[in-house]
Write a protein that binds this ligand. Structure first.
Ligand code: ARG
Length: 748
C-alpha cells in the first residue's frame, strides 16, 4: 500500500491558498451520487452537498452529458448575442416559479446584488421614493453572500470586520417577528429581503404563517417581497420553493447553488415583469451570466429534478431524517430544526463542540458541516438513498454517544436519565428499539368531509377493466344491483358512524360507473382538478361531475374548479393519493391517467408529486394497489408496479412502514380502502392483514362490496375526500402529522 499523500496535499493548499477557510482534513478526489472518495480511496457519505449546490448528487450522468455536449458545441458567447440555450432555460424557470422574467448570473451573491438593484430602481421608478432614499429591510442573522454591499447589512461581525465603509440603505428586523418587521418599514422602504429559512444562522425555521404575514405586510405598505432561496429553493425543503409551504408568491426570487446541477455556478434573479422591467439595456449585466453552458446545465438540472421526483424525495426522506434526529435521546442535543432534507442539530457546546463532532464524523466517513460553533447541518443530495441516509444517521448517533459524558460528571445524575449512561452495546440496542417502536399516535379524527355518488343505476354493462363481465352480471342483475345498494348504504353508514359527513351526488341513468366517485376529480386545498376519462364509456360523467363541484363551490365547500389540460387524461383521486405524512402526492400512470399529470398537479397544488407506473391491467388505478393509512403506513400490492415504482415506494416510505398485500387480499380489492385516522374501512381483509393492521394500531372495519368488486371497485373508489389539505407553516412540518390530526407523542 502506498503512503498517503494527504498531509502534503493539505500543506500545499494551505501554503498557496488564501486562509479564508478552515477545511476539514479530508482531500477529496472523486464523487458519485451521495458518495465522495478521498485521495487514499476512503469513501465518505456527503451529507452537506456543498451547501445544497450538489442537490443532484455528484457527477449526475445526465448533467455531465448536458455539460460536455454543450461545451463541445459552444460554451460562452456573452449576452452581446442571442443563443439557443438561454430561452428554454429561463422559460422553464419562470414557469416553475410562477414569475415572469429571469436575469441570470453566476454565483448567488451576484443575483442578490441584482435583486437589490432591481428593488431600488423599482422604488424610485414605480413607488416614487425620493432619489437615493430607498431602503431595504433585512433580517438579523441573515446571510446573503460576501460582496461589500451584502456584508454591509450582515449582523455577523466576522463577515464585516475590516471591510467598511459600508453601503447604506438597509434596516434590520428580528427574523420571524412580524411586529418587528412592520416597525422597520418606512415610506422609503422598497423591499423586504429575507431567506425563508435562515441557513447560515443555523437552519432557523420561522413560526407558522410568517411568510404569509410578510406577504401581507408587503402588500399593505407597497413593499416588494424578495426571497433569497439560494439554499432553500429547488426542492431542498420538500417543495420546489420554500414559499410554497405557505401558499404565497414573492415579487422577486433569488436562486443559485443547485441551479448549476453541482457542476457550475449558475444563479438567477426571477421576478414579476413590473420589477424586472426596471432594467433597460446597459443598466445591468454579466459576461458569463446565462452563457450557453450554464443555461444547458441549468435547464437539465431543473428537468432532472422533475423527472426523478427530487422534490418528493426531499419531502419524504426529509420527514424521515427529521423524525429520526428528533428521536435521538441525548442531552447533547438542544434542538433539531429543519424542513425537507435540510436539518440543523443544535448541540450543547459544553458537552460537544460542533466542530469536534463534525471532525469525528468525517473520520468515520460522514461529511457534514458546523455553523455558529453549535449547529451541525445536514443537507444531503436530494438523490440520496434511504439506506445511505440511515447509515449516516446511525454514524451520527454513534458519534454523539462517544461525546456523552459519564454519569458521574452530570449535574443532575439523580434523574437517572437513560442519556446519562455511557455508550454500551445494550444502550445502543435500547435506543434503536425505541426508535423502531416509537410510532405516531392518533388524536380523535377531525370530522372528515366525503363525497359519494348514489348507486341507483349501478350495473356492469360494458367492460373497461378485467374485472368487468357484463354477461355474468346479466345472469343475476337484479340481485347484484340490490346487493350493491345495500353495500353502498352500509359503507356510507360506516363513514357516518366514524364521524364523517357525506355529500351525495345524484346518480345518472346510463352512467353506471359514476358511482366510483374517487374518479370524479382530485380535491386538495379546496381546489378541484376535474377528471378527464380515458374510456369513452365514462366520459359522459364529466359534465355531471363538473356541475356537482360547481354546486359545492357555490356552497363554499371548495374554492376552485380546474380542468385537466387538453390532451391529458386524469382519473381523479383514483390516481392521485395525497400522503400528508410525507407531504407528497402519489400519482399513478400507465393504465388510465397520463404520466404528465404529475407535473400538472405539482404545479396546481404546489406540492411534490411521485409518479408510480402501474403495469398490471387488473390494478388500473393507483388506489387499487396502494393505500396510505392514517399513521403513514402504506399498504400496497407489489406485482401491480414497475421495478422503478417499487424502488421509489421502498425508498420514500421505508420498509418498516410498508405492508405488503397478499394476492388474496389484493384480488378482493382489499387495498382499495379508506383511512380515517386510526380507522380503516375495507371491503375484505384476511386474518393476516387484520393482524398486521391491529399490530400497527388500526381498527379495521369490513364492509362487503362484492357487487362493486365485479366492476373493479371497492371502498376507496366509491368515496372522494373533499377536505384534504396540505399543511401550512413551518412548525407543522408533517413528520408524523396525518390529515386527521395524528401526531408523534413528544419524544420521551
Ligand atoms: N369500472 C370502473 C372503471 O374501470 C371502476 C372504477 C374504480 N375506481 C377506482 N378509483 N379504482 O373505471
Amino acid at each position: 500500500m502506498t503512503r498517503s499523500t494527504t498531509p502534503e496535499t493539505i500543506a500545499r493548499e494551505q501554503q498557496f491558498a488564501a486562509r479564508n477557510y478552515a477545511p476539514l482534513p479530508v482531500v477529496l478526489e472523486r464523487g458519485h451520487g451521495e458518495w465522495l472518495t478521498d485521495v487514499d480511496g476512503k469513501r465518505y457519505l456527503d451529507l452537506m452537498s456543498a451547501y445544497s449546490a450538489v442537490s443532484h448528487g455528484h457527477a449526475h450522468p445526465r448533467l455531465v452529458r448536458a455539460l460536455t455536449e454543450q461545451a463541445q458545441r459552444v460554451a460562452v458567447t456573452s449576452r452581446a448575442y442571442h443563443t439557443a440555450a438561454l430561452g428554454p432555460f429561463l422559460e422553464k424557470l419562470t414557469r416553475l416559479t410562477g414569475l415572469e422574467r429571469a436575469l441570470p448570473a453566476n454565483g448567488g451573491a451576484e443575483s442578490v446584488e441584482t435583486a437589490i438593484k432591481a428593488a431600488r430602481r423599482w422604488g424610485y421608478q414605480v413607488k416614487k421614493i425620493p432619489q437615493d432614499r430607498a431602503e431595504i429591510v433585512v433580517a438579523r442573522g441573515n446571510f446573503h453572500g460576501r460582496s461589500t454591499t451584502i456584508v454591509s447589512f450582515s449582523t455577523e461581525d466576522s463577515y464585516r470586520d475590516g471591510f467598511g465603509p459600508f453601503t447604506p440603505g438597509f434596516r434590520h428586523f428580528d427574523f420571524g417577528d412580524l411586529a418587528s418587521l412592520e416597525a422597520a418599514i418606512t415610506p422609503n422602504t422598497a423591499a423586504v429581503l429575507i431567506e425563508p429559512i435562515q441557513g447560515e444562522a443555523g437552519i432557523v425555521v420561522p413560526p407558522d404563517g410568517f411568510l404569509r404575514g410578510v406577504r401581507a405586510l408587503c402588500d399593505k405598505h407597497r413593499v416588494l417581497m424578495i426571497l433569497d432561496e439560494i439554499q432553500s429553493g429547488l426542492g431542498r425543503t420538500g417543495r420546489w420553493f420554500a414559499f410554497q409551504h405557505e401558499g404565497i408568491k414573492p415579487d422577486g426570487l433569488i436562486l443559485g447553488k443547485a441551479l448549476g446541477g453541482g457542476l457550475l455556478p449558475v444563479s438567477c434573479f426571477v421576478a414579476t415583469a413590473e420589477v424586472m422591467d426596471v432594467f433597460e439595456p446597459g443598466s445591468h449585466g454579466s459576461t458569463f451570466g446565462g452563457n450557453p453552458l450554464a443555461a444547458a446545465v441549468g435547464l437539465e438540472a431543473l428537468e432532472v429534478m422533475e423527472d426523478e421526483g427530487l422534490v418528493a424525495r426531499s419531502a419524504a426522506l426529509g420527514s424521515h431524517l427529521l423524525s429520526r434526529l428528533r428521536q435521538i435521546d441525548s442531552r447533547i442535543i438542544r434542538a433539531v430544526r429543519g424542513r425537507g432534507l435540510w436539518v440543523g442539530v443544535d448541540l450543547d457546546p459544553a458537552l460537544a463542540p460542533a466542530r469536534a463532532v463534525v471532525e469525528r464524523l468525517a473520520a468515520k466517513g460522514v461529511l457534514s458541516k458546523d455553523t455558529h460553533e453549535t449547529v451541525i447541518r445536514f443537507a444531503p443530495p436530494l438523490t440520496i438513498s434511504r439506506a445511505a441516509l440511515d447509515w449516516g444517521i446511525d454514524v451520527f448517533i454513534e458519534t454523539l454517544e462517544e461525546f456523552e459524558p459519564a454519569p458521574a460528571h452530570k449535574a443532575d445524575v439523580n434523574q437517572a436519565d437513560v442519556t446519562a449512561l455511557p455508550a454500551t452495546p445494550r444502550r445502543k440496542a435500547a435506543m434503536k428499539s425505541q426508535r423502531d417502536t416509537q410510532r405516531p399516535t392518533a388524536r380523535p379524527a377531525t370530522r372528515a368531509h366525503l363525497m359519494m355518488s348514489a348507486p341507483d343505476h349501478f350495473e356492469v354493462s360494458y367492460k373497461i377493466n378485467p374485472w368487468m363481465d357484463p354477461e355474468h352480471w346479466a345472469v343475476s342483475a337484479e340481485r347484484l344491483a340490490s346487493d350493491a345498494k345495500r353495500g353502498w348504504q352500509a359503507l356510507k353508514l360506516t363513514y357516518e358512524r366514524l364521524g364523517a359527513r357525506v355529500e351525495v351526488q345524484p346518480p345518472v341513468r346510463g352512467l353506471p360507473d359514476m358511482v366510483f366517485t374517487a374518479n370524479a376529480g382530485l380535491v386538495l386545498d379546496r381546489k378541484v382538478t376535474l377528471a378527464r376519462f380515458l374510456c369513452r364509456e365514462r366520459q359522459g360523467e364529466q359534465p355531471h361531475n363538473r356541475a356537482f363541484f360547481e354546486a359545492l363551490r357555490a356552497r363554499g365547500v371548495v374554492d376552485e374548479v380546474i380542468d385537466t389540460p387538453a390532451g391529458l387524461y386524469f382519473e381523479g383521486a383514483g390516481d392521485a393519493i395525497w400522503d400528508r405524512q410525507r407531504s407528497v402526492l402519489w400519482t399513478g400512470y400507465g393504465q388510465r391517467s397520463s404520466r404528465e399529470m404529475q407535473f400538472v398537479l405539482a404545479e396546481t397544488y404546489g406540492v411534490p408529486t411521485v409518479a408510480l407506473e402501474l403495469v398490471d391491467p387488473r390494478f388500473y388505478h393507483l388506489d387499487t394497489c396502494f393505500c396510505v393509512l392514517g399513521r403513514g403506513d402504506v399498504l400496497y400490492y407489489r406485482p401491480a408496479f414497475s421495478e422503478r415504482a417499487l424502488g421509489l415506494i421502498e425508498d420514500l416510505v421505508g420498509r418498516d412502514r410498508l405492508i405488503e398485500a397478499s394476492d388474496e387480499d389484493a384480488c378482493h380489492l382489499a387495498v382499495n380502502s379508506v383511512a380515517l385516522g386510526d380507522d380503516a374501512v375495507f371491503c375484505h381483509a384476511t386474518e393476516t392483514l387484520r393482524g398486521q393492521l391491529a399490530e400497527r394500531g388500526y381498527r379495521t372495519h369490513v364492509v362487503p362490496l362484492d357487487s362493486f368488486n365485479r366492476s373493479g371497485g371497492a371502498a376507496y373508489c366509491l368515496t372522494l375526500r373533499l377536505d384534504l389539505s396540505t399543511p401550512v407553516g413551518a412548525a407543522k412540518q408533517p413528520i408524523f402529522v396525518e390529515d386527521d390530526a395524528v401526531e408523534l407523542r413528544a419524544a420521551a
